[in-house]
Design a protein around this ligand. Structure first.
Ligand code: SF4
Length: 436
């Protein structure tokens, strides 16, 4: 945890707030943060705040924290008198430090983000609740990510694992599942509003159901959503822990055409010893087996992964193991992070690699990922793809390949049949065709 705590700052002066009315969002980090920020915008407005700035922080990397602090200082300078509400994992881990930043009216804990009371009566101090004591996940008001053609639905919160590099469980608390009925209701409401694609998201979605029924049940949830919302054309999953994918989920991948043929796996590394030091629950062989099983069950499946470069003690040979994993599993969509030491985590106490080495290895991994993506794009040439149209004459296929569209491009949010004419490093180029 953070050592020094700066002196408490002055409460922002009341009086007319500078800037346009409404709630401005500054959200850092994951999609779940962005989704929560949209939901909180509604709660802040409902609490009668004429103007406020809501900052949803991330603690995954030191960089993300620095960006949020900088944004708060800028917001306070440019909007004197406007209350700044700070929340998110970084704020949850060190509330006093964030409260001390200029313009901050309140730090809202991660467990109370969807509690209307957290946005009321800003003049009265309110302690940040202990997120480790959080139970249950309040239903998220149906929220839209502005300008997004696809909608996101939270199915799970928090995490029960203790990967040695990760601070998230201490910021978001234990794993809690959103009940299936609430998920189905959200999906149905979003489809009724015209969304053609929904992404199920959370922190560790593969553990959905463990706190309710004692066993991972994401597969059953996927089946239930698709069965009870037959008008939903496309269901997509966010990052999955390969060690926790339940049997029903594998079967759904094989049998449900409306479950998108794209999996993003939280693999983190390709070397067995590093996976052990990360306290991951899968080995290199199990990672490869999960990718092979996905391809057996859904031969055209596109795979992506989270990978960390430059983890403490990583050797050149172990780095090469991650590169070979990308090749062996043709991991086309990579989220690569240079390792970032998080205070309070076991990995932060291990011998650290110099940052330039971490960054150089991250660049290697990204280059290998681009090559894998290029192979995937090439394999789609000539295909008639179903594309979700987004802004700017672009879209994404079912495999999540980016497409630049030609021809009569429908409005964002619509699905269109597209003949793939060409491929390059940036994705596919395709022509909109009439429905067959
Ligand atoms: S599974 Fe590991 S990396 Fe993912 S949130 Fe939990 S502790 Fe962090």
């Amino acid at each position: 945890m953070r050592a020094e705590t700066p002196p408490p700052a002055q409460a922002p002066s009341p009086g007319p707030a500078a800037g346009p009315p409404g709630i401005e969002l500054l959200s850092f980090g994951c999609r779940l943060n962005a989704l929560e920020a949209e939901a909180m915008r509604g709660l802040a407005a409902a609490a009668g705040l004429p103007r406020a700035i809501l900052v949803n922080t991330c603690a995954v990397t030191a960089e993300a924290e620095a960006q949020a602090r900088q944004a708060i200082r800028r917001a306070a300078r440019d909007n004197p008198g406007t209350p700044i509400l700070v929340t998110g994992c970084a704020a949850q881990l060190a509330p006093a430090a964030w409260e001390a930043l200029p313009g901050v009216a309140r730090v809202i804990g991660n467990a109370e983000k969807l509690d209307p009371a957290a946005f009321a009566d800003l003049g009265t101090p309110r302690p940040v609740p202990d997120v480790m004591a959080a139970r249950g996940v309040p239903a998220m008001p149906v929220a839209h990510l502005a300008g997004r053609a696809r909608a996101f639905v939270q199915v799970q919160q928090g995490c029960d694992h203790r990967c040695s590099f990760c601070i998230i469980p201490f910021g978001r608390g234990p794993s809690r599942s959103v009940p299936a009925e609430a998920v189905v209701a959200q999906v149905r409401a979003l489809v009724a509003q015209g969304y053609r694609e929904v992404v199920l998201t959370g922190v560790d979605i593969a553990s959905h159901g463990v706190d309710i029924g004692g066993a991972a049940a994401l597969g059953a949830l996927v089946r239930q959503v698709l069965a009870e919302v037959p008008e939903l054309p496309r269901l997509r999953l966010s990052s999955l822990d390969p060690a926790a994918m339940d049997e029903a989920l594998w079967q759904a991948l094989a049998e449900e055409p409306r479950l998108m043929p794209q999996l993003h796996l939280s693999l983190q590394h390709g070397a067995g010893l590093i996976l052990k030091r990360m306290k991951r629950r899968h080995s290199r062989a199990q990672a490869e087996a999960a990718c092979a099983r996905a391809r057996r069950l859904r031969p055209d499946v596109a795979l992506g992964a989270d990978l960390i470069a430059g983890f403490p003690t990583e050797t050149e040979a172990q780095h090469a193991d991650s590169l070979s994993l990308i090749e062996a599993c043709n991991l086309a969509f990579l989220h690569v992070f240079p390792y970032s030491a998080r205070a309070g985590t076991p990995a932060a106490r291990m011998p650290q690699l110099p940052m330039p080495v971490r960054r150089a290895r991250a660049a290697d991994l990204r280059a290998a990922g681009r090559a894998a993506a290029r192979r995937l794009y090439g394999s789609r040439l000539g295909q008639l793809e179903q594309v979700l149209v987004e802004a700017g004459g672009r879209g994404h296929t079912q495999h999540f390949c980016p497409v630049r569209l030609r021809g009569a491009v429908p409005a964002p949010g619509q699905l269109a049949p597209v003949r793939i004419l060409a491929a390059d490093d940036d994705g596919l180029i395709g022509e909109v065709r009439p429905w067959p």
